[in-house]
Design a protein around this ligand. Structure first.
Ligand code: ZN
Length: 349
């Protein structure tokens, strides 16, 4: 198969080092070469790695704006509006919404996502059906299911357990699957209980105390934050500077698709604007690329030899600014994006 070469300003390697003039060569779906310099005759673009969305619930996309103005409790509790609507909706309505959400991700440069799926085995199968439509586009997902009823053996049907809250029943987990929990979203003081479940990662921690952040850091516990989701429900914002200061491995997720778009450029822009004085744009960019790819074992999230060719190409001039990291984080959503997953162009803006 013939290779494809691109040249221009880009972020290279795990450290997302910026080079004014770099090159990428793609063959058989992989990046086979990249580095500083120029390849004559290659197409000129600004280039960034495609995104990994670390936390979604795309099944509630069909409920867009249904919960506007509600509290987190009213919207998302076990017997809240979201779960009531999900249990009454037709499979087709849910699958159609999921497909729209996945399209939205592709258009905005997300190549992999990690979804917390409600509804037990039946719920997991709906997401698998929706994903089948996108197989040829190279879009991939990990599904973190949960039991529909106590004792339902859902775990063999998915990639891990996405626990709703620390109030969930303890289940006997089969080893080799990962476990994530929503913790300290609307209140602090939940970490200790959450740790009893032996999670592999935590979602939210926006309301955690500094002591709780330090405890999580001491256990090298990765945290996924969802700043727009917290803002939607009027919750305390995640203390990103303190989390980084403690050395926590942070990733960004867009959370409920009924409340936020599944766009990582939007999530990164919001996270950065809310913390510009204390957090670097480079750190924010890592939270949407390198960090979540590492957390969930995807072979992408950076422009490196041997990685899947999941990249976003823009006009050559895009990253030629005073601060290319800030440009990538603040201005991406206004750009024309050409999106390549696994070496194939899957979307032209
Ligand atoms: Zn969530």
């Amino acid at each position: 198969m013939e290779n494809q070469a691109f040249t221009g300003p880009m972020f290279i390697g795990k450290g997302l080092e910026f080079v004014k003039e770099g090159y990428v060569v793609v063959e058989n779906g992989k990046i086979i070469d990249c580095g500083e310099g120029r390849i004559s005759g290659a197409k000129k673009h600004s280039i960034i790695p495609a995104f990994v969305n670390a936390h979604t619930h795309i099944a509630d996309y069909f409920l867009r704006e249904k919960c506007l103005g509600m509290t987190l409790e009213a919207a998302c509790a076990k017997r809240g509006v979201k779960n009531n609507c999900l249990s009454c909706a037709s499979d087709d309505a849910i699958i159609d919404g999921m497909k729209s959400a996945i399209f939205e991700m592709i258009r905005t440069g997300t190549c992999c996502f990690n979804d917390f799926r409600e509804g037990g085995i039946a719920g997991i199968s709906l997401l698998k059906k929706a994903l089948l439509y996108f197989k040829y586009k190279g879009m991939r997902a990990k599904i973190f299911g949960r039991p529909l009823y106590f004792g339902e053996n859902f775990i063999d049907d998915c990639d891990g357990y996405g626990m709703r809250s620390i109030k969930a029943e303890k289940i006997k987990m089969r080893l080799g699957r990962s476990l994530g929990i929503h913790v300290c979203e609307s209140k602090h003081g939940e970490l200790e209980k959450a740790l009893e479940f032996k999670p592999d990662f935590l979602v939210h921690m926006n309301s955690a105390t500094l002591e709780e952040l330090r405890k999580a850091a001491s256990l090298n516990m990765p945290i996924i934050i969802c700043p727009r989701s917290n803002a939607y429900f009027g919750l305390k914002p995640a203390d990103i500077p303190a989390m980084l200061e403690e050395g926590i491995d942070l990733s960004l997720g867009t959370d409920n698709a009924m409340t936020n778009t599944v766009s990582m450029p939007s999530e990164m822009e919001y996270a950065y604007r809310a913390n510009m004085k204390n957090v670097s744009a480079k750190d924010i960019l890592k939270m949407g690329t390198v960090n979540p790819a590492k957390l969930f074992g995807w072979n992408c999230g950076s422009i490196e030899k041997g990685k899947d060719a999941n990249i976003i190409l823009m006009e050559d001039n895009f990253l030629k600014t005073h601060d290319p990291y800030a440009t990538a984080v603040l201005r991406l959503q206004a750009q024309k994006l050409e999106i390549m997953f696994g070496g194939k162009f899957v979307h032209y803006y």
